[in-house]
Design a protein around this ligand. Structure first.
Ligand code: PGA
Length: 253
């Protein structure tokens, strides 16, 4: 169903498979997703498999409008960066979106705000759309400093790119304490941060899609999508279960 808000900012559901799956489980998941998600939809649906399965995903999605996204990218164009993948390589695979600044990369791979800003630029330079993740830790939330963290993470990118670059970008608010934990931000908490993110983007604030991520499941998606400033979801666990994933996509549609 097309609602007033989705006609202005197209709803977006992004499935981040993280480091999960194998050829067999992927084949089952992709077959079910592509069978059910066919034709035109108000919501756009993206799957982000691990790189080695891009070809499998591309082949199996066939005519389905589900598009391909990547979980990460190098900030560098090419060269001696063992194990890295460049934005132009992702463009070669007709990848449309690239997740950057995911909290698992910030925490586990020690990616800095500056690196995240460089990745944002590299993704756009290759003609792809960055999905910039921001979000506070539990400690910061409990200290009442959630918005301060979001502000710092956003500003680090805006200083390098300017606000105008966000016309071709998506932001995902993912409270670190909600990712993979089964805890979801309350609608009030999510709405407060989403609204804050829009105000930080000035005049563009109402045009940019802002997703929520962190334990979004079939049972809570509808409630989140009902909020004025939430344009969809970045899913982890729920994107590995075809029925749950598709139920969430349908709730956004
Ligand atoms: P989750 O992960 O849905 O499993 O909480 C979300 C994410 O990491 O993007």
């Amino acid at each position: 169903m097309i609602t007033a808000s989705s006609t202005k900012r197209r709803r977006l559901i992004v499935g981040n498979w993280k480091m999960n799956g194998n050829r067999h489980t992927n084949a089952e998941l992709l077959a079910r997703v592509s069978a059910r998600w066919q034709g035109e939809h108000a919501a756009e649906v993206v799957v982000c498999p691990p790189y080695p399965y891009f070809q499998q995903a591309r082949e199996m999605l066939g005519n389905s409008p589900v598009v391909l996204g990547a979980q990460s990218v190098s900030e560098h164009g090419s060269g001696a960066f063992t194990g890295e993948v460049s934005a132009s390589m992702l463009a070669d695979w007709h990848c449309k979106y690239v997740i950057i600044g995911h909290n698992e990369r910030r925490r586990l791979q020690h990616e800095t705000d500056v690196q995240v800003a460089q990745k944002f630029l590299a993704v756009q330079a290759a003609g792809l759309i960055p999905i910039l993740c921001v979000g506070e830790s539990l400690e910061m939330r409990e200290e009442g400093r959630a918005l301060e963290v979001i502000d710092r993470q956003l500003r680090a990118v805006i200083e390098q790119t300017g606000c105008a670059a966000f016309v071709n970008a998506v932001i995902a608010y993912e409270p670190v304490w909600a990712v993979g934990t089964g805890k979801t931000a309350t609608p009030e908490q999510a709405q407060e941060v989403h609204h804050f993110i829009r105000t930080q983007l000035g005049n563009l604030g109402t045009q940019v899609r802002v997703l929520y991520g962190g334990s979004v499941k079939g049972h809570n998606a509808g409630q989140l999508f009902a909020l004025a400033d939430i344009d969809g979801a970045l899913l982890g666990g729920a994107s590995l279960d075809a029925d749950e994933f598709l139920d969430i996509c349908a709730a956004a549609d």
